[in-house]
Design a protein around this ligand. Structure first.
Ligand code: CA
Length: 252
């Protein structure tokens, strides 16, 4: 069972979400403002597997909450609820450390799918934590798949499964969020070519913004941790100074 914290001040929406997520088999707690969320997550260090975080809250906003969590090194997966038609909210959300977003009003089924993807990542993060409580789960070593059908991409001993939202390396399986997978898919499709931040925002996030933003840099940092041997000296996901990024599957 996963523990989900809903941070939402609109009581009817919070209760509706609670009901539906409980019906999906999750344990659900509700915080009606950012201060309460921070009290639970940071001060009382209550463990949650994912947080559904509304941007528009009385007092501290969802951005403030996400930024504070990350500042306190709490990396619980965060699904941010933004107002439709406010791309600047999406960018601010990613900059604050949200993992994924959904614009209000949303389809419940989409929220559940996005949340499930974050929860799978949460399971991976737990497994990746150093053993200590004796419940460490041995991760299966992936089979080497050189030729695969389905929606996968193989490079340098790694395999991205876009269907299952998994990145498999020798000895490890990393669960990707929907957005991480979509970003990787775009990079893979553009393999060897330079892609600008603007085109990434348009193609991956569907945002048509003229402002140059560094919001996607958080994603780049994370993807490098997943795919690079030395994330500080990236070989696959290269920065092209002043322009954007380039993905190289088989670097020299
Ligand atoms: Ca609200």
């Amino acid at each position: 069972m996963s523990r989900v914290l809903i941070v939402e001040d609109e009581a009817h929406l919070a209760q509706g979400l609670r009901f539906n997520l409980q019906a999906e088999g999750h344990a659900v707690d509700v915080a009606c403002d950012g201060e309460t969320a921070i009290e639970k997550l940071v001060e009382k260090k209550e463990r949650f597997d994912a947080v559904v975080l509304d941007v528009m809250l009385p007092g501290k906003s969802g951005f403030d909450v996400a930024a504070l969590l990350r500042e306190k090194k709490n990396y619980v997966p965060v699904l941010m609820l933004t107002a439709r038609g406010r791309p600047e909210d999406v960018l601010a959300g990613f900059a604050a450390g949200a993992d994924d977003y959904l614009a209000k009003p949303f389809e419940l089924a989409i929220l559940i799918a996005r949340l499930d993807s974050l929860l799978r990542r949460s399971v991976w993060m737990k497994d990746a934590e150093p053993a200590g409580d004796g419940t460490g789960v041995e991760l299966p070593v992936p089979e080497r798949q050189l030729e695969t059908g389905g929606d996968t991409f193989n490079f340098c001993g790694k395999s991205i499964d876009f269907q299952e939202l998994e990145l498999r390396t020798l000895g490890n399986t990393i669960h990707l969020t929907v957005m991480e997978a979509e970003f990787l898919r775009y990079l893979v499709r553009s393999e060897g070519r330079i892609v600008s931040r603007k085109s990434i925002l348009e193609e991956v996030w569907g945002l048509h913004e003229d402002t140059d933003t560094r919001a996607i840099d958080n994603f780049v940092v994370r993807l490098r941790r997943y795919i690079e041997e030395d994330p500080s000296r990236p070989k696959h996901l290269q920065t092209v100074r002043g322009v954007g990024y380039r993905f190289v599957a088989e670097p020299e």
